[in-house]
Design a protein around this ligand. Sequence first.
Ligand code: C5P
Length: 228
Amino acid sequence: MTAGPTREAIDPARFISNPSTGKMGYALAAEALARGADVTLISGPTHLMPPAGVNLVRVTSADEMFRAALNQASGVDLVLKTAAVADYRPEQRARSKIKKEALRRRSVRSRGGDGTISMRMVPTPDILEEVGRRKKPGQVLVGFAAETGDLAANALKKLRRKNLDMVVANRIGAAGEGFESDTNRAIAVDRHGKHTELPLMSKSDMARAILDLAERLFEERPGRRAGA
Ligand code: C5P
């Protein structure tokens, strides 16, 4: 599982990130542990206590999360990617803190002294898409999507593009949902195109509901003995 935000450094004192707290991912890790799974949690910076018994891998940037996730992914049955990964990072990370005066001088040169500065950003690797590309037979991949637009349509597009088995989509910007909240409301769309409404509930209840759905998809894998 991946959880939390990533931080993309500008210099040692500044970074670009997002409001993800990691609560949904940590709740899923706790629930999977309670069901007897061996859980590796690849976590961006959060203030949360990792659940007892989890194999915790701490990372900071999207590049680090990419390497950690690819290291782990080939050997697992279920991949859940709740992390809010930055899509872009600054092209260059300054080794020492960039001084305001230096920024001003630069802006004077590059922008004719209007006080603005610009920074080149480059795309980060899409971790889930790469894990999807390398998916082993029988592996179940679950992605998450924070959307402001048409939840179900965007979830299905993401599922196909990233070769996933299920996408859990929640609306950001609504009270009690998504980032920073203790509760969540979502739609799960699976590889058969089936939609399941997950009404407003605590993130631990939602973790239970998501793992119930993921387990069902896992049980469909070819050659699996009933009850095994
Ligand atoms: O395309 P979008 O970023 O909305 O997809 C969200 C899903 O993809 C989440 O499960 C997120 O953890 C994953 N993701 C990723 N690597 C990225 C961007 C998103 O694994 N660089």
